[in-house]
Design a binder for this molecule. Structure first.
Ligand SMILES: NC(=O)c1ccc[n+]([C@@H]2O[C@H](COP(=O)([O-])OP(=O)(O)OC[C@H]3O[C@@H](n4cnc5c(N)ncnc54)[C@H](OP(=O)(O)O)[C@@H]3O)[C@@H](O)[C@H]2O)c1
Length: 261
């Protein structure tokens, strides 16, 4: 069945955490959605619950986005069946390891999901988005985009890529109907692991902790107002921008090192 008479928002990493918070926020605004997540995340039940709670259509697609062919197949399905007016590239992974102790798979997963899947999904869905009178792309970066951090190393670099990629694309598309925004959240209480990790960072870690529902609500409001850079932690952002690298790099790295001690 073709769904081309309706418009849909696509959210990756939508089964939990910030992705699910985006889904709830958009469903509450009566926007039709396609949720994308890894298999085995009870996505069908979560989609049907959203449909029961809100007057919207919520479809779902389960796939591993670290596999390039899966990304292409997903985009072919989306382009053939749907008018897409919104893409949220939310799926992303990180980790804290000594680089010498990281496995090939650890490095590859971060790069494939955060960098390659974000770029390819955007590239493959852009013709569809450009066909709409108004469309939006929201890329989820991180506060980690604003400084290298030892013991994380690959993750901040991947988020710097997302920030730079989003700003460049936004400039390229500024005379079209597609708005490209990037958000750089600090720590969020999205899952048990993240909360445990943040607790290890002590007072400062907990002080800046954000709730994903608040982040999602704020981001969607700013996105629809066409803000290209969305700041959810303005004070942390200011500190990151003002502090010279010779201060922030060792301070952040020493703090993060506590996670692996
Ligand atoms: N939590 C934080 O403190 C924080 C801070 C700054 C930025 N961020 C960013 O915010 C975004 C969401 O973070 P989160 O904390 O809500 O997520 P999370 O709980 O850490 O889970 C990782 C996310 O990536 C998705 N994912 C993981 N492997 C995948 C794969 N192979 N294929 C497809 N999707 C995959 C997961 O989606 P499914 O389980 O639905 O498949 C999930 O949404 C990420 O980009 C993250 O880097 C998080």
């Amino acid at each position: 069945m073709s769904h081309l008479s309706k418009k849909y928002g696509v959210i990756t990493g939508a089964s939990q955490g910030l992705g699910m918070a985006f889904a709830k926020e958009l469903a509450s605004q009566n926007l039709n959605l396609i949720l994308v997540s890894l298999p085995g995340q009870q996505l069908a039940q979560k989609a049907s619950q959203l449909m029961q709670e809100h007057d919207v259509e919520v479809l779902f697609y389960e796939t591993d986005l670290t596999v390039k062919e899966n990304v292409i197949t997903l985009c072919q399905w989306l382009n053939a069946q749907f008018d897409i007016y919104l893409l949220i590239n939310n799926a992303g992974v990180g980790g804290t390891r000594r680089f010498t102790e990281a496995s090939v798979q650890y490095i590859d997963t971060i790069l494939q999901l955060n960098v390659v899947a974000t770029s390819l999904l955007t590239h493959q869905l852009l013709p569809n988005l450009l066909k709409q009178p108004q469309a939006y792309i929201l890329n989820v970066s991180s506060m980690a985009a604003f400084s290298p951090i030892g013991y994380k190393t690959v993750y901040p670099a991947s988020k710097t890529f997302i920030h730079s990629f989003s700003r460049g694309l936004s400039e390229e598309l500024k005379k079209t109907g597609v708005v490209v925004s990037v958000v750089n959240p600090g720590a969020m209480a999205t899952n048990e692991d993240t909360c445990k990790r943040i607790n290890k960072l002590g007072f400062w870690g907990r002080l800046t902790l954000l709730q994903p529902e608040k982040v999602a609500g704020y981001c969607i409001k700013k996105l629809f107002k066409k803000d290209r850079v969305i700041m959810v932690n303005p004070w942390s952002w200011l500190a990151m921008v003002l502090l010279p690298i010779w201060i922030k790099l060792p301070v952040l790295s020493n703090n993060i090192k506590k996670e692996i001690q």
